[in-house]
Write a protein that binds this ligand. Structure first.
Ligand code: GLV
Length: 333
């Protein structure tokens, strides 16, 4: 039987792609920039599997163009770039990469939190610009992290790792989620559940967002929510940019409704160089790199390959978003 054909939409670790090539006919977009949409539509049309990234829109148009497609393996934990109901309806399995990036992402959210609280980025910029004149008792004052209150919005795996790291800083940890953790977990990790976002926000010195992007979480943090926060509060977002209304955030930072923000994700990625947020000294923005350690990105690529190979062989995928899709597969598909 002919080996399945797969398309990989970006340059990845060669040894990981090699593993895929042992069992499949592989073609890849060998660039560090996203594959243009027309090229993707063309290359994918006779493929059995796709290895995609969050930059690829996997929608009805693409799925319709690929009659042989059986598996889409997204190298990311989030899959808001994929129309899951449409894939399921067509019997196409979708894989993603949870677990392997959990701790690395939480580490980075902490890096952002601390950098914003203690002016790490601004301090570095000032040194390079020759603005370090002396030891200034009143200069570069930030917010204390230890002993503060951290609010976690969305307590999934990454949110929980965020909470675990807070205990070393003697922080009080509050969380809001649509699903409440068990009493045992709340006690073990010293978590306090707050039943509404509106009740959580005024109590926090730091708010860290860890929800997926869904129609329900789009602009979950907008002008009304930002106005509920303390004027000394810091907002950290490592989830998806569209969970925060970026225009409202700009105004809140400019007008002092909150003290600072640190974002690894923005509404449009990359953020436009003309975006007003980039003019603010109290906003740190990094280029969506929370999972970007050598080990974790390699583990994500390996898991994406494992998902793809298992799905193509008809075996259970290590991390499948829509296992129910198998019942909609075409005969022989
Ligand atoms: C990256 O944003 C991911 O979802 O893994």
């Amino acid at each position: 039987m002919e080996r399945p054909k797969v398309y990989v939409t970006r340059r990845l670790f060669p040894e990981v792609v090699q593993r895929l090539a042992q069992e499949c006919r592989v073609k890849a977009w060998e660039s560090d920039l996203p594959v243009p949409r027309p090229t993707l539509l063309q290359e994918a049309r006779d493929c059995d599997g796709l290895l995609t990234l969050i930059t690829e829109r996997v929608d009805a148009e693409l799925l319709e163009a690929c009659p042989r497609l059986r598996v889409v393996s997204n190298m990311a934990v989030g899959y808001d770039n994929i129309d899951i109901p449409e894939a399921t309806r067509r019997g196409i399995l979708v894989g993603h990469t949870p677990r392997v990036l959990t701790k690395t992402t939480a580490d980075f959210a902490w890096a952002l939190l601390m950098a914003a609280a203690r002016l790490v980025v601004r301090g570095d910029r000032d040194v390079r610009a020759g603005r370090w004149r002396t030891w200034e008792p009143m200069g570069w004052l930030g917010q204390d992290v230890h002993g503060a209150t951290l609010g976690i919005v969305g307590l999934g795996q990454i949110g929980l790792e965020m909470a675990k790291r807070a205990t070393g800083f003697d922080m009080r940890v509050l969380y809001y989620d649509v699903i409440r953790r068990s009493t045992e977990e709340e006690a073990r990790y010293r978590l306090e559940f707050v039943p509404t976002l509106e009740a959580l926000l005024p109590r926090c010195d730091f708010v860290s967002i860890h929800t997926p992007l869904t129609p329900q979480t789009y602009h979950l943090i907008g002008a009304p929510q930002l106005r509920l926060m303390k004027p000394t509060a810091i907002l950290v977002n490592t989830s998806r940019g569209k969970v925060v209304d970026q225009k409202a955030l700009y105004e809140a930072l400019r007008d002092g409704f909150i003290w600072a923000a640190a974002l690894d994700v923005t509404e449009e990625e990359p953020i436009s160089p003309d975006d007003p947020l980039l003019t603010l000294p109290n906003c740190i923005i990094t280029p969506h790199i929370a999972s970007a350690s050598f080990a974790t990105r390699r583990a994500m690529a390996n898991l994406a390959v494992d998902n793809l190979l298992a799905g193509l062989k008809g075996e259970p995928m290590p991390a499948c978003v829509n296992p129910e899709a198998v019942q909609y597969r075409r005969p022989g598909g």
